[in-house]
Unconditional design. Structure first.
Length: 269
């Protein structure tokens, strides 16, 4: 049975609920700063999350607007300018304490560190955004907690393409079947699986009801043992958080299932 050598984390929606109260708000502030009347409400932003990557999401939305630049170079230049402003404004929201880590995340990170399981980031958000979020949580030496950090600017193709996971595994020198990914979205699950990495899902606000196939386990968050499928053992006192032992159990079960060609969990809503 292969050991679990590394846990690879998505960021937006997985480490923290950044999308609704962070990136969306910062985009709207950036639109106002650029003198644009554009606004993304919660519903529209949820639709745009089907497009991976902030700049790509912006270009997709611009293509539906009559008041956007007509030439491709103009659209690209405007998108880059707005996205850069958005990232600066997002960092300010993080610094103000508006975006904490999701409950249960810190405990699991610490368990992995103390028990010798390598930690990696595999995200298509920018390095600046990751540094803003984790710098507030862990201080100036936040990057020392992770054995590798692969962000959007490190790859040419974003999730659901497996590029970020392939690169993270290469840097870690870890085989895919000895790692485990933690994601919140269908695109993230597809990226991990395409790289051969087994994955669990902690559902986030925008993907609370999204159909997700191919995960080892799906649950509402790391803070609770309730509501996971497949179910996890309850503590004697009732509810508990999801720990490294649970990840190792799911990982071992995946290896056993793979050997017998049992399919991944499929869940639809």
């Amino acid at each position: 049975m292969a050991a679990l050598d590394a846990v690879l984390w998505d960021v937006d929606g997985t480490l923290a609920e950044t999308e609704r109260d962070g990136h969306r708000v910062a985009f709207n502030l950036a639109f106002a700063s650029a003198g644009l009347a554009w606004r993304w409400d919660e519903m529209r932003y949820g639709e745009l999350l089907e497009v991976t990557g902030g700049r790509e999401r912006l270009l997709h939305d611009m293509a539906t607007r009559a008041d956007e630049p007509t030439d491709p170079l103009g659209r690209e230049a405007l998108a880059r300018r707005i996205h850069a402003t958005k990232n600066t404004l997002y960092a300010g929201l993080v610094q103000d304490g508006r975006i904490p880590l999701r409950p249960g995340v810190l405990d699991l990170l610490e368990q992995c560190r103390t028990r010798g399981v390598a930690l990696g980031i595999a995200t298509t958000t920018s390095r600046t955004n990751v540094a803003s979020l984790l710098g507030v949580q862990f201080g100036r030496d936040w990057a020392d907690r992770f054995s590798t950090l692969v962000c959007g600017e490190d790859v040419e193709r974003k999730k659901p393409d497996p590029a970020v996971y392939v690169e993270a595994l290469r840097r870690l020198r870890v085989e895919a079947h000895r790692a485990l990914a933690i994601e919140d979205s269908p695109a993230g699950v597809a990226a991990a699986r395409a790289a051969g990495v087994p994955v669990i899902v902690t559902r986030s606000t925008y993907f609370a009801d999204a159909p997700i196939d191919g995960a080892l386990a799906i649950g509402p968050g790391l803070h609770t043992s309730h509501g996971w499928h497949p179910a996890v053992p309850e503590a004697s006192g009732g509810d508990r958080s999801i720990g490294l032992d649970d990840l190792m159990h799911w990982h071992a079960h995946w290896h056993a299932s793979s050997a017998s060609q049992t399919p991944f969990l499929q869940e639809s809503h």
